[in-house]
Design a binder for this molecule. Structure first.
Ligand SMILES: Nc1ncnc2c1ncn2[C@@H]1O[C@H](COP(=O)(O)OP(=O)(O)OP(=O)(O)O)[C@@H](O)[C@H]1O
Length: 515
């Protein structure tokens, strides 16, 4: 940014303010030069004993002694027409870190910042030193907000802990998760994505990812695939005779209290288990006494509705767990019980491979809509397994990336096991509270920033960054599966169809038909 009237000189060369009032090592305030235009979240520097201390502007205030709260309209008008200028602009900044004169980066500042110390805008180089991205051991996620040239990211080593991606709907969660998947995949990670709305399946359609991606879907998938991609997907299937009784109860939604129903199904299945397929099961059902048949008829209908997912083989773990492979499980079109059953199978098989040492490479599980898999009140084997992975998984090189639009609804133990967070816009106070309570490194000031983030802007906090930082996440390179629909042209089209259908000619024809 150039100072007015001074050509070719960066404004960062000038003092734009002076530290005033009471300051601490973490916070300080400064009076702003009337010529300077400063925005929230800009970075500023004070130099003390050869060390550059970088701060982030968190609050901007403007004061006037003359134009006080009870002043009337006419007086303000008169004052405005005079040359009297006594307004004072003040900024409050939080220190982020400091850079020593030999270029070392220090995480915190322990020195007092004295009143009267000059303040200047931070230079791009200082920003790059503090937040910059270097090829080695980093994943580039975007650039520093308002500093497009400062590419920034997270440390791969920081990914040795679980990560939470949280945002309200439409704030850019899926795009952020896709960027993280792309970056991890480039670095050679083995990734498994549980994708309830087929938001990620189109990653397979991108040149850069096509060879390393496998999309598994069921015949019930409602994902928006093109014909060319459809042929590249693989079928995910289950062998009916491999189901446990509990699995069958879950699929047929027979809760524990329905003991009679459970007993009938148990009897029916005990003759088939391990041997007979879905058709055998249905034949056995048809030959049951009418009294028993009618008791479970509704539940049989539920099972019939998902019969297409059953074949004679269960998709083997080797097909979705391969070094460096991105496996996307398209779970669209299935209801939550079946989704949970599928995911339990997949996670259980993979975790088994990891804990037994059969698969050496780090595995990242991306769980979209995680509050539906491991909610505060969700019970069952799947939430138990996810909680186990959250508690112990990292010892075996198994890492979770939980993605949710309802942080307040996800199991709080799982959330608190995530040592790094990517938080996009969140305005719901309950969700903000849940984030603040479960995430150690999230401060009140970060929570206050969340509602004002633009789409795609994210706060990164925790183990994978040196300092909490607000970035603009880059757009995903791969195609979106579930982005916002452009409704305007569709509404125009439906209006046209409506007009056509209700045109005077149509009406005339209709009335003619009546007489
Ligand atoms: N970093 C970004 N820059 C520009 N546009 C973005 C960015 N991230 C997301 N968008 C756009 O914002 C819209 C919503 O993004 P996205 O689907 O990622 O949000 P979401 O939080 O996952 O929403 P939902 O909960 O509805 O799935 C999309 O149209 C997407 O293209």
């Amino acid at each position: 940014m150039l100072k007015q009237g001074v050509k070719d000189v960066q404004e960062s060369d000038f003092d734009i303010g002076y530290v005033t009032g009471q300051s601490e090592s973490e916070y300080f305030q400064f009076v702003i030069s009337p010529e300077a235009v400063l925005k929230r979240w800009e970075y500023i520097t004070v130099v003390q004993q050869g060390r550059s201390i970088i701060g982030r502007v968190e609050k901007l205030l403007s004061f006037s002694d003359l134009i006080g709260q009870s002043i009337d309209f006419e007086t303000v008008k008169k004052l405005n027409s005079t040359k009297i200028r006594e307004i004072v602009d003040v900024a409050r900044a939080r220190t982020v870190g400091s850079i020593t004169d030999d270029g070392r980066v220090l995480k915190s500042n322990r020195e007092l910042i004295r009143p009267g110390t000059p303040v200047r805008r931070s230079t791009e180089n200082e920003m790059k030193t503090l937040f910059g991205y270097s090829e080695d051991g980093n994943l580039e996620l975007g650039s520093l907000t308002d500093y497009d040239n400062v590419r920034t990211g997270i440390s791969i080593n920081g990914m040795r802990r679980h990560v939470a991606i949280m945002a309200q709907t439409g704030a850019g969660k899926s795009n952020t998760a896709a960027v993280l998947i792309e970056e991890l995949a480039k670095a050679g990670a083995t990734i498994v994505v549980l994708d309830p709305h087929a938001d990620y399946s189109l990653m397979k359609a991108s040149k850069s990812m096509a060879n390393i991606t496998k999309v598994f879907k069921t015949p019930m998938s409602t994902g928006r695939y093109g014909t060319e991609l459809n042929s590249l997907t693989e079928r995910f299937s289950l062998r009916f005779q491999d189901l446990e009784e509990d699995d069958l109860f879950n699929i047929m939604r027979i809760d524990e209290q329905w003991t009679n129903m459970r007993e009938i199904v148990r009897r029916l299945y005990s003759n088939i288990k391990g041997k007979g397929n879905f058709e055998d099961f249905m034949r056995a059902y048809e030959s049951m006494p009418l009294q028993d048949k009618s008791k479970i008829a509704g539940r049989i209908a539920l099972l019939k509705a998902v019969k297409d997912i059953f074949t004679d083989v269960t998709t083997p773990v080797e097909s979705y767990l391969r070094p460096g492979q991105l496996s996307i499980l398209d779970l669209s079109g299935l209801d939550q019980d079946i989704i949970s059953y599928f995911c339990l199978k997949v996670l259980d098989e993979i975790y088994d491979q990891k804990t037994s040492g059969n698969f050496r490479y780090p595995v990242f599980f991306f769980i979209e809509e995680a509050h539906n898999f491991v909610g505060r009140e969700t019970v069952g084997k799947l939430p138990l397994l996810i909680k186990k992975i959250a508690a112990e998984g990292r010892k075996f090189g198994t890492f979770l990336v939980v993605i949710t639009q309802r942080p307040g609804k996800i199991d709080q133990d799982v959330l608190s096991q995530c040592n790094s967070q990517i938080i996009l816009r969140v305005t719901n106070p309950m969700d903000q509270k849940a984030i603040e309570e479960s995430c150690e490194s999230v401060s009140e000031s970060i929570i206050n920033d969340l509602p004002s983030l633009n789409t795609g802007e994210a706060v990164l906090v925790g183990e994978f960054v040196r300092f909490p930082v607000i970035i603009k996440v880059r757009r995903r390179e791969t195609r979106e599966g579930g982005g916002d629909i452009d409704i305007l042209p569709l509404m125009k089209e439906s209006k046209m169809l409506r007009e056509k259908a209700t045109s005077p000619e149509k009406n005339r024809d209709f009335i003619k038909g009546l007489v």
